[in-house]
Each structure stands twice: as C-alpha cells, then as structure tokens.
Design a protein around this ligand. Sequence first.
Ligand code: SF4
Ligand code: SF4
Ligand code: SF4
Length: 301
Amino acid sequence: MKEITLQMQELARELLQKGEVNVVLGWEKGTFWYLSPPAFVDKPEDVERLVYDDYCHHNLSKYLMDYRYQEGKVAVFLKGCDSRAFNILLEDNQLEREKYVLIGIPCPGMKDQEKAKEFGVNGDIPLAKKCQECKYPNPLVYDYFLGDKKAADEAAATKEAKAKEYSDVEQMEKMTSDEKYDFWSSQYERCIRCYACRNVCPACNCRECIFDQSRTGWIGKANNASENQFFALTRAMHVAGRCIECGECERACPMHIPIMLLNKKLIKDINELFGEYDAGVKVDGVLPLGHFDKNDPEEFM
Ligand code: SF4
Ligand code: SF4
Ligand code: SF4
C-alpha cells in the first residue's frame, strides 16, 4: 500500500499542478493510528498528506455531493465500494460523470477499527466484516488505475467466486415475530438519532431528507422506541435496491447498531423476488425498485 500511496501523491500533484482539477479527495492519517479520514487536497504542496493504508474506510463518493455546483473538476480515489457508490450517484442523477476524474485503486480490504482499538498497534487485527464479505474490491469505473491491475483482477476473482454470505440474515429469519420485535426494539432503543448512518451513506442522497422535515405529520423528532423504529424502517426502505453494501452506516454508528443486518435482509429479499442484483455495479437505469417491468412478481394483483 506504500507504493500506491506514492502513486496517489504523484498523480494528485500532477493533476493539481496542471490545473486539471481544483481539488483531490483521498484519505489522510487521523487523530489515531487506526483512523484514516477523508482528505481534501487543493494545493500541490499538500499532496503528501494523502495515504492509502488499512483504515481508509470512508466512502469518498458521498463527499462529491458537496462539489456538485462548483466550477471545475474534482479528482477522487475509488476503491471497489466507492466506485459502486459513484455509479449509484450517477444512476440517481446526482452527479455528472464529466465533472470528476476517477482514480481507481485495488482494495485488499480494510481492517476492523474496533478490533484495532482493542488489540493495539501490534495486534493481529482482522478485516472488517464488510470487507470479508466484499465481492467487488476493485473499482468498477475509473479514468486512471493505480497498482497492478492483473494481480488485482486475479485477487478479486477469488472473492467474486465466493457466494454471498447471508447466514446472519437467515438466523434472524428463523426468529418468531415476537423475537424479531424484541431484538430490533432493543437495538433501536439505543439509537440516539445522530443521523451519522444517513450522513455517511451514498444511497441517502435526497436533497431534502424526510428526517429533516420540520412540518408536522412527517416524522416525530422525539427520541423514543417507536419513533426510532420508524426512522430505521424508513431509512432501510429508502436505500432498498440502491444500497451498495459499503457498510459505512454501521461503521459510523456510535451505538453499534447492526444496521447491515437490515440492509442485507432487504438485499436478500430483492434478489429472491427480482433476481440477483448488485447495486452500483453498472449504470443502466434498471434499478429493481425503480423500474417497472410487466413480469415483476405481483402476487397481490
Ligand atoms: S467493502 Fe470491499 S472495496 Fe470497500 S473497503 Fe471493504 S474490501 Fe475494500
Ligand atoms: S445503507 Fe449503509 S451499506 Fe448501504 S450504501 Fe448506505 S452506508 Fe453503504
Ligand atoms: S448512526 Fe446509529 S445512533 Fe445514529 S441515527 Fe443511525 S442508527 Fe441511530
């Protein structure tokens, strides 16, 4: 990853020096060794801040939304999940492809930050769960590709061959309705409605979110079990069919709520109802819940 860091810095410097882009979005070292938050570099002399290491979790595509109405181009580094997010933002007509210079980088998987905190810098830190299950570690859209593309494709092929892991969802499906209610109530009782899960999510890209509505009758602002469950279900349904499984919502949640379990349940159901579908893999205007087909299952008709 050190080699890729050097390549990132070199390309960022060149793009900024030539004036081809106004800003480069990447990652830099944060307050702690297990954090590599987003970096926004707009001067060639600052490119050495950029790093690529085991903790570059943040999905950078979401931050492109802040540059939508600005003059000039923006360069952004994309791992597999960032590239799927970029495609979803294109699919949702939130971004214009030509405004962005996409720099793809292969991803070996990011390490679990919580385990890193627990085990320390010399510990044997496993990959984050989302990365253990990731089918697309390589970028699916890019203008430049850093690193060894052939080796990256070979490594990715082994991952893609792996069947999608739904054992946690299947466990949940075996619960009775009361058990499910108790389980999710106990999870969302802890929710503090900080909206970190929404803010970090590339699929949550509405210009005005329902949860920011101040008019009465939309959603209550109270932090209680019933309102929190309504929040959880509404958000899960709003990203259904567009969730690119970056796991950022769950990683950002300060209360460690298993948000991916809800997302994966919906992905599994959509796959069973409409056929295998991975959001953000291509941009073709055919989203399972955003496209009408006369052959769609409609048992209630
Ligand atoms: S989800 Fe995939 S692409 Fe994203 S950080 Fe994990 S391994 Fe890399
Ligand atoms: S719902 Fe979570 S996993 Fe899905 S796209 Fe949003 S942040 Fe990523
Ligand atoms: S990040 Fe966690 S605590 Fe915050 S609103 Fe989302 S689910 Fe609730």
